[in-house]
Design a protein around this ligand. Structure first.
Ligand code: FAD
Ligand code: SF4
Length: 472
């Protein structure tokens, strides 16, 4: 019995599939204090903890888990926040299974310690105890930094720079800060109140957040650096420009990009219908195209908005799907119908400009392509139609050129992302740093946070030394 306890992690209780498809509330409930202590007690407090090497923001994992074992939950939250300003977010959406947890020694003979669940627990516990404390204010340096984009990369960089005593302004194009955390990831995986709470913490540290501020339109980077007295800029504008399938009928009414569909559902609160009558079509038969996390999120949102049937149409097999296994499992449980080895070839018009069906081809897997995955090849004569009233391509995003066009001396790579040094975030332009999805292409929350942290460190160096060397 004792052995089994060591091998298996404490599962989080969650809403049943039947209950949760009727609402937008979070699926798992989170640990109770007893469950958290029990799970933390599985940790061996390794002398050379491999788990730490898997955390891009270098959280002292064994120390915070030890504090949980001792029942010191607030202290544990503080330990995490020494390195991570967004613990409740990361505890919910980080792919720990391929990061810290994949390296945990317990994973060799059983299940790794549930590091993400414990991180979520301490962050929520601290919040439930009332006022969230902030560290002592640092000595003011008199230097000003502009951060463009308030996703996890921008928020992390802002939090680290303010702790170093600089004046930090965070410019956000949308009316709410948080980036994909607020406009992309659905409420049932990451409640907006959690993001608001963590953004409030960063504001409390002293970061000024300016919303509805599209940099490139309102000010250029040169205007910020020269006219407005900013000593450095960090660009963390993400990769928010949706890609389309490029097939006939993609401009019919009822076809949305996943970005648009999720933004309307999240930021315009479609999930609070009828209280909020959001302009988004609540389809009865919805098809979502793609195989990543965004595809799964979109399909699950469509289901919760009242669709009777949601198809996930993907041209390869389930094995090749890049989405997290846990999310694929949730989608199956909720009744999303997976149409695998199926490729859309055109949307059909009902004669009035609305989508009424999608034409698809069946596929088979051929030789591996550049990505190492087997290339899907259409099977001749296999075309068929599926009746739908909403179609949502969710096949990825690219960098938005709006800001980049206004900075001609900023070097971009072949794909249109900013060329920046991986260790420092330094770009080709003096005083301009960049990180997150705008450099790597669509990646993860924690990688964007890691980039924000590295950039904050090098902006600190730049402000201390390089700037003044340059001036002399
Ligand atoms: P973003 O989060 O994209 O933030 C960029 C911000 O910059 C946005 O708010 C944008 O409005 C703003 N901006 C853009 N241009 C300008 C401008 N000119 N002026 C001012 N502001 C501007 N990752 C995970 O780790 N786990 C998940 O479960 C997960 N799920 C996802 C689900 C969805 C639906 C999506 C779309 C992504 C998901 N990701 C997930 C990926 C993750 O969210 C991103 O990798 C991460 O948010 C990138 O952070 P970022 O700071 O680089 O940019
Ligand atoms: Fe604990 Fe696993 Fe990290 Fe060891 S590797 S300290 S057992 S979480």
């Amino acid at each position: 019995m004792e052995d089994k306890k060591k091998k298996n992690r404490i599962k989080m209780r969650e809403q049943t599939p039947q209950a949760r498809i009727q609402n937008f509330m979070e699926v798992p409930y989170g640990y109770t204090p007893n469950e958290a202590v029990e799970e933390a007690s599985r940790c061996l407090s390794c002398l050379r903890p491999a788990c730490r090497n898997g955390c891009p923001v270098e959280v002292d994992i064994p120390s915070f888990i030890k504090l949980i074992k001792e029942g010191k939950f607030i202290e544990a939250a503080w330990k995490v926040k020494e390195k991570n300003a967004l613990p409740a977010v990361c505890g919910r959406v980080c792919p720990q299974e391929i990061q810290c947890e994949s390296l945990c020694i317990l994973g060799k003979k059983g299940e790794p310690v549930a590091i993400g669940n414990l991180e979520r627990f301490v962050a929520d516990y601290e919040a439930s105890e009332g006022e969230i404390q902030t560290p002592e204010k640092p000595k003011v340096t008199g230097r000003k930094v502009a951060i463009i984009g308030s996703g996890p990369g921008g928020l992390t960089c802002a939090a680290d720079l303010i702790k170093s005593g600089h004046q930090v302004t965070l410019f956000e194009a949308l009316h709410k800060p948080g980036g994909v955390l607020v406009y992309g990831i659905p409420e049932f995986r990451l409640p907006k109140t959690i993001v608001e709470r963590e953004v409030e913490y960063i504001k409390k540290l002293g970061v000024e957040v300016v919303v509805n501020a599209v940099i490139g339109k309102l000010y250029t980077i040169d205007e910020l650096l020269n006219g407005h007295g900013y000593d450095a800029c960090f660009i963390a504008t993400g990769a928010g420009l949706p890609m389309f399938l490029g097939i006939p009928g993609e401009n019919l009414n009822g076809v949305y990009s996943a970005n648009e569909f999720l933004t309307r559902a999240n930021l315009m609160k479609a999930y609070l219908f009828p209280e909020y009558d959001t302009p988004v079509k609540r389809g009865k038969k919805v098809a979502v195209f793609g195989g990543g996390n965004v595809t799964i999120d979109t399909a699950r949102v469509a289901l919760r908005l009242g669709a009777e049937k949601v198809y996930l149409i993907y041209r390869r097999s389930e094995e090749e799907m890049p989405a997290r296994k846990a999310e694929i499992h949730h989608a199956h449980e909720e009744g999303i119908e997976f149409m695998l080895l199926t490729n859309p070839t055109g949307f059909i018009d009902d004669g009035k400009g609305n989508i009424c069906a999608v034409e698809c081809s069946k596929m088979e897997l051929g030789e591996p392509d550049e990505s190492g995955r087997r290339r899907p090849v259409p099977i001749k004569g296999s075309k068929f139609q599926v009746e739908i009233d909403v179609g949502i391509p969710a096949i990825g995003t690219r960098s938005n050129p709006l800001l980049l066009h206004t900075v001609p001396d900023l070097k971009l790579n072949k794909k249109g992302y900013i060329s920046a040094e991986a260790d420092t975030g330094m770009t080709s332009k003096q005083g301009v740093f960049a990180g997150g999805d705008i450099v790597t292409g669509s990646a993860t929350v924690i990688l964007a946070m890691g980039a924000g942290k590295k950039a904050a460190k090098s902006i600190n160096e730049y402000l201390k030394w390089k700037y003044w060397d340059f001036k002399r």
